[in-house]
Design a protein around this ligand. Sequence first.
Ligand code: ZN
Ligand code: ZN
Length: 365
Amino acid sequence: MKKSEAVLERPSSAMSLVTMKALVYHGPGRRAWEDKPLPCVQKPTDAVVRVTTTTICGTDLHILKGDVPTVTNGRILGHEGVGIVEEIGPGVTRVKKGDKVLISCITSCGTCPFCKKGMYSHCEDGGWILGHLIDGTQAEYVRIPHADTSLYVLPAAADEAAMAMLSDIFPTGFECGVINGQVKPGDTVAIVGAGPIGLAALLTAQFYSPSEIVMIDPDENRLEVAKSLGATRTVKAVGEDAVRAVMTLTNNAGVDVAIEAVGVPATFDVCQGVVGPGGRIANIGVHGKSVELHLERLWSHNITLTTRLVDTVTTPMLLKLALSGRLQPLKLVTHRFRLDEAMKAYDTFGSAARERALKVVLKNA
Ligand code: ZN
Ligand code: ZN
């Protein structure tokens, strides 16, 4: 019996007797590819999705380092992916069995006060819970709460690897970096960090025709990629050297928008150092430590500082652009594995500089 048949034959409320394979967190530094019970519909608004494509995020590496203590032993990781709806609860009306769907990294009920404000990241019964507070997508199957508002139906022919880039990194780079940074035509933009998120910000910033996009990173390979994706200048430096280089490039004017796409004090400092009068610092990075806010310099410079957890409110718009080919998410995919090679995929993604890895895609054949 195929697993998919087993799911359909099993009463939704029954304890699962059938198992699947999943990438499971077992405390800092410990992960395993192991058997877990098949998920089932627990609430009327749930769907169970057979994961066909997933990917690994920098956030998963943070979890494995022990930086996210709310992730507990035994949790299936992953908050990105594409799949086929296997089972829906009786309260699900917009997605149906057999639909190919994009799984949003943010779960939203659609009706609570935060969802009504478009702030899905703070949904009272959702937010970032996948692969965090509930089991995630690096598995053969995943339970998605509030399926109607947390899944996006895709055309059957949509490229799954490209679509999986829209679960998290593109909305994150766009909403937290480009929209919050208010990138406008003619602006000069500096992006600190040329990883997948920084590169997603680079690609989506170009919707607004900035005059210059300066990409800052110590990794030569990533800067080469950034150039091929539209960076007008690159700075291979960190810290004060990076600030000096950007100030030279801008004739000491500084930039209109400084996007922080790493999440450590040193890269936040670069943003504070390069932002010009009237400029915006848009933070994307996940910070685990305090930064020093240089208000003694910034107070008189009309600076806006923004923070945001991605809401994924722009997902429908990004989907249109990706499906039409105007946005090409596949440019960030460097490695492909089978889902059952998840352990190896983590090794590769964890050595990103050496492996020249950006996004690694895992396909459940
Ligand atoms: Zn992520
Ligand atoms: Zn909500």
